[in-house]
Ligand binder design. Structure first.
Ligand code: NIG
Ligand code: FE
Length: 429
C-alpha cells in the first residue's frame, strides 16, 4: 500500500498509535495563517522531526528536500490549514444540565436559574462529587469530539470546583488530557466563576481565598497558564475582579475575562487596564470599550454557541470591532450551562449565520486570532518553517465550506506535533 493510500485508510475514531507524519506533503492548497486571502497553490509542506522544515510552492522547494529519501503524501489538491484552536472552553466538569435546559424552555431565564441556586453552582456540586477518573472520562469524550474536527490546541478553564481541592482536580484533569491526547492544553484558573454556597453573602471573603490561597497554591503546582474572572451582575463585581487580576499580576500570570455577556458593568474597561489577553462574550460591549481594547491589544473572543443556546438577542458589536481592527477569535465556550457543544466547526457556521461574520473572519477566528487570544501566536495558528507541524487536511473545494456545512466533518487528516492524530472517516472523503 502506498503512503498516499495510507492517508485515506487510517483507522476510525480512536487514539492512533503514535506514527510520524514526517515527509513531503505535496499537491495541496495551503492557507498558512488560516487567512483565505493569503494562500499557496501547488503547495508543499516538508515535515521533519515533527517540525515544519519547509513550506511553499512545490516548484520552489530546495533540492535538499526533493533529493532526500522522504515519504511523499499526495494531498490530492485538498486544503491545508493550521490546526484549529479552541481558545475558550470549560471542558472539564461533572454531570450535565439538561434539566435546566428544560426549565429554560419552559420560560425561566439563565439568570433566574442562577439566582435560585441552579446554574454554575449545580455543576459545582456534580464536579465536587466526581472522582478524578470519572471527571477525566466524562471530559475525554468531549475532547475526542473536538479533536476529530481538527482541533490541535485547546484552552480549558477550572471554575466548577470553587474550593482548592476541586479546582486542583479540574486542572489536573486538564493537564492529564493534554498528556493523553494529541492536543496542546493551556489551562486557565477561573476560581472567580461563581460564589460557592458555603460563602453565600461573603463574596469578598471568597475573593480573598481565591487571591491568597487558591491562586498561589495552584500556580506553585504548575497548574495555571492564565487567570479568568466572570465579571457580571450574577458573577463578581469590578472591584472584586480587580483583586484577582492584581493577584495574578503578582505571579506574572496573564489575565482574560468573561465580560459584557449579560450586562455592561465595566468589565472590559477593567480588563484592558490589566492588558488582558482577551475579553470574551461581549454582547453588551460599547464603543468606549472597543477603543480601550485597541489600545491594550486585547482580542475579542466571540462565543456564538452561548449566544444561541441561551437564546440571547443582543448581538456583539461586530461593526465596531471591525472598525477598530480588533482581532476576533471564535470558540465553543464548551460548558454544561450555556454552550453544551463540542463542535468548533459548528461555531464557524454560527458566527457567520448569527453574527454575520464572513467565512474568512470565522476561519481566522479559530486559527491566527485564537492563537493571539491565548498569547501563543509565536507557537500556534501559523504554518511556517521551524514551528511544530500542527495542520489539518480538509476535503473541501473552498475554505468557505469549513463554515458552510453543519454536521458534515470534512476533515481528512490531522497532524499534530508532526504525528498523525485522530482522523475520522477518511475513506468517504
Ligand atoms: O462562559 N458565563 C459564565 N460562564 C460560562 C457558563 C457557565 C455555566 O453556566 O456553567 C459561560 O457562558
Ligand atoms: Fe465561558
Amino acid at each position: 500500500m502506498s503512503q498516499d493510500q495510507h492517508i485515506q485508510q487510517m483507522a476510525t475514531r480512536q487514539i492512533q498509535p503514535i506514527r510520524s507524519a514526517d515527509g513531503i506533503w505535496h499537491n495541496a492548497r495551503i492557507a498558512p495563517a488560516g487567512n483565505p486571502a493569503r494562500i499557496i497553490t501547488d503547495g508543499t509542506i516538508v515535515v521533519r522531526d515533527g517540525l515544519i522544515a519547509w513550506i511553499g510552492s512545490e516548484a520552489d522547494m530546495p533540492a535538499e528536500f526533493s533529493h532526500a529519501e522522504l515519504v511523499r503524501y499526495d494531498v490530492g489538491n485538498r486544503w491545508i490549514t493550521p490546526g484549529l484552536i479552541d481558545c475558550h472552553t470549560h471542558l472539564v466538569y461533572g454531570g450535565n444540565r439538561a434539566d435546566e435546559f428544560a426549565m429554560r424552555l419552559a420560560g425561566a431565564s439563565y439568570e433566574e436559574i442562577a439566582r435560585s441556586g441552579g446554574g454554575i453552582v449545580s455543576t459545582v456540586r456534580a464536579t465536587r462529587l466526581a472522582d478524578e477518573d470519572t471527571l477525566f472520562q466524562q471530559s475525554a469524550r468531549r475532547l475526542e469530539a473536538l479533536l476529530a474536527e481538527g482541533v490541535t490546541t485547546i484552552e480549558i478553564k477550572s471554575g466548577y470546583g470553587l474550593d482548592l481541592a476541586t479546582e486542583r482536580k479540574m486542572l489536573q484533569v486538564a493537564r492529564r488530557l493534554g498528556r493523553s491526547y494529541p492536543v496542546t492544553v493551556y489551562t486557565t484558573f477561573l476560581g472567580a466563576h461563581a460564589l460557592p454556597p458555603e460563602y453565600q453573602g461573603r463574596a469578598d471573603d471568597y475573593i480573598k481565598l481565591v487571591c491568597e490561597e487558591m491562586l498561589p497554591a495552584l500556580h506553585a503546582e504548575g497548574l495555571i497558564d492564565a487567570v479568568d474572572v466572570f465579571c457580571e451582575n450574577i458573577g463578581f463585581s469590578v472591584a472584586q475582579s480587580e483583586q484577582v487580576f492584581i493577584a495574578a499580576g503578582k505571579l506574572g500570570l496573564p489575565v482574560k475575562m468573561h465580560a459584557d455577556q449579560l450586562s455592561n458593568i465595566g468589565a472590559t474597561q477593567l480588563a484592558t487596564r490589566f492588558k488582558a489577553l482577551s475579553v470574551d462574550h461581549l454582547e453588551h460591549l460599547n464603543e468606549v470599550d472597543v477603543i480601550a481594547m485597541r489600545k491594550s491589544g486585547t482580542v475579542a473572543v466571540l462565543l456564538p454557541g452561548a449566544y444561541y443556546f441561551i437564546r440571547e438577542t443582543k448581538q456583539p458589536p461586530l461593526e465596531l470591532l471591525r472598525r477598530y481592527r480588533i482581532p476576533i477569535a471564535i470558540s465553543t465556550d464548551s460548558n454544561p450551562g450555556t454552550s453544551p457543544s463540542t463542535s468548533l466547526l459548528l461555531m464557524l457556521n454560527m458566527s457567520c449565520t448569527l453574527f454575520r461574520m464572513t467565512t474568512a473572519e470565522a476561519l481566522m477566528g479559530v486559527t491566527a486570532n485564537a492563537a493571539l487570544a491565548l498569547g501563543k501566536a509565536d507557537c500556534h495558528g501559523l504554518l511556517e518553517i521551524g514551528r511544530a507541524a500542527d495542520f489539518v487536511v480538509w476535503s473541501v473545494e473552498s475554505l468557505a465550506e469549513l463554515a458552510y456545512w453543519s454536521g458534515l466533518n470534512p476533515c481528512n487528516a490531522i497532524v499534530r506535533a508532526g504525528q498523525f492524530s485522530f482522523t475520522p472517516h477518511r475513506e468517504r472523503n
